[in-house]
Write a protein that binds this ligand. Structure first.
Ligand code: LLP
Length: 421
């Protein structure tokens, strides 16, 4: 459920007409709903009620500081994967004791920044990383809590580019070598082994792969405890999918995910962390664009928008589906047309949808991509020297620009031409 609904014939974000935002900031833009963000965070938080837990929002999905502040005020922790994300979370007011540091290639500098600023735990992904973290922590006179991310070799049954829990993926240490790696970690100075981490992929639409992974983590917890490790925290990652194609997808709900966690690892008495990203921010955002031209091709009509693949890369990168709806509510029984929906960038991959059946729209009309709040703005670029588009946050009947569109001068002046030229 989200808070982007038609009312009196027009699409609204909460109590704000989308057309009013477009008139104020111009198109294209991203718009997020505070109410949807809040609702989705609480679904996870409530799903783990009765268990000692922390919902660490995977901020890679949408890292605008206004979004982080809103979630932080609700009690969220953050899952960060770079020094930039760490510092951004801190700038948004998230205390270090609620930040976990994930990622397969943390540098010594990133470790130092997080150790100096305060960190809840590092999720370590390899033996060389363990050794480096030990060295950095020691040099700062600190001991840092760690979990080791295990790769359970489970098929997440999702798009291959976002599956992370198979043996062939670069993530985590093979679960078969976990005992040996934990023994090494325990022997290293500067590290305190406190738990296990697992994350098998993103946009999972079934519970079964989670169940397989969590059961393996539960078994490993018992084994490691008999080896003498004080395993007291389990980070079970993120990955719960959302219904991009509303008509035919119904992924499991956070409450079912919570029940699965309680069923599979609840008996261990561990503190639970989860790292959802997409389910919190995805359906809390729209990308709004204007139709620049409707162009007749040989055998098809092209809807050419002012938004492009540089603004929303998911269709080009993963063949992802996003619902596209007009901002003016279509009349019931109105004409449905087949379009190739494209952007202005100079490559054929700049296609949002092929042969999409949708209500007829014309030049100058506004359309909205649904489910664009996660992995939308954060994955955008300035390809074709197109300015990054603004982000807007709505709260009831108010809206605020939470990232402004840069001017052309700001963009162009970032380059420097060497004196010898
Ligand atoms: N934790 C870790 C360690 C992760 O790598 C990820 C996502 C998450 C949590 C959050 O997963 P989520 O709940 O959002 O599914 N750009 C791709 C998605 C990449 C996901 C990367 N890792 C897309 O647009 O579909």
């Amino acid at each position: 459920m989200d808070h982007f609904l038609y009312r009196d014939g027009a699409l609204y974000a909460e109590d704000v007409p989308i057309a009013d935002i477009a008139a104020s900031v111009g198109t294209p833009f991203y718009v997020y709903s505070s109410a949807t963000l809040t609702r989705h965070f609480k679904l996870f938080d409530d799903a783990l009620a009765g268990t000692d837990h922390l919902v660490c929002y995977a901020m890679k999905s949408n890292s605008n500081q206004a979004v982080l502040k809103l979630l932080g005020d609700l009690g969220a922790g953050m899952d960060v994967v770079s020094a930039g994300e760490y510092l951004r979370a801190k700038a948004a007011g998230i205390p270090g004791e609620r930040i976990v540091f994930s990622g397969v290639g943390k540098t010594a500098e990133e470790m130092r920044i997080a150790l100096e600023g305060g960190i809840r735990q590092f999720n370590v992904e390899s033996e060389p990383e363990m050794a480096r973290l030990s060295g950095v922590a020691e040099s700062l006179g600190k001991t840092v809590p760690i979990t080791v991310r295990v790769n359970p070799d489970v098929d997440a049954k999702t798009h291959e580019k976002i599956a992370t829990g198979k043996a062939e993926n670069k993530f985590g240490i093979p679960i078969s070598r976990a005992r040996e790696v934990y023994a090494q970690a325990a022997a290293l100075p500067g590290l305190e082994v406190i738990g296990i981490d697992v994350h098998i992929g993103s946009q999972l639409t079934q519970l079964e792969p989670f169940e397989l992974a969590f059961r393996k983590v539960a078994d490993l917890t018992e084994v490691l405890r008999t080896d003498g490790h004080d395993i007291r925290r389990l980070d079970l990652g993120g990955g719960l999918g959302i219904p991009y194609e509303r008509s035919n997808e119904a992924p499991p709900l956070p409450i079912e995910f919570g029940e699965l966690i309680k069923k599979t690892v609840g008996h261990l008495g561990c503190e639970i962390e989860i790292e959802p990203g997409r389910l919190i921010s995805g359906n809390a955002g729209l990308l709004v664009a204007e139709v620049i031209y409707v162009k007749d091709g040989e055998d098809r009509q092209f809807l050419i928008l002012d938004a492009a693949m540089n603004d929303l890369i998911r269709p080009a990168m993963y063949g992802a589906y996003h619902d596209i709806i007009p901002v003016v509510e279509p009349a019931p029984g109105g004409e449905q047309v087949k379009y190739d929906v494209v952007g202005p960038v100079c490559e054929s991959g700049d296609t949002f949808a092929k042969q999409r059946v949708m209500p007829q729209v014309g030049t100058g009309d506004l359309i909205a991509f649904r489910s664009a709040g996660a992995y939308g703005a954060v994955m955008s670029s300035e390809y074709n020297t197109r300015p990054m588009i603004p982000e807007i946050l709505v709260h009831e009947d108010q809206f605020a620009v939470i990232r402004a569109r840069p001017t052309f001068d700001e963009m162009i002046n970032r380059d420097t031409i060497p004196t010898w030229l």
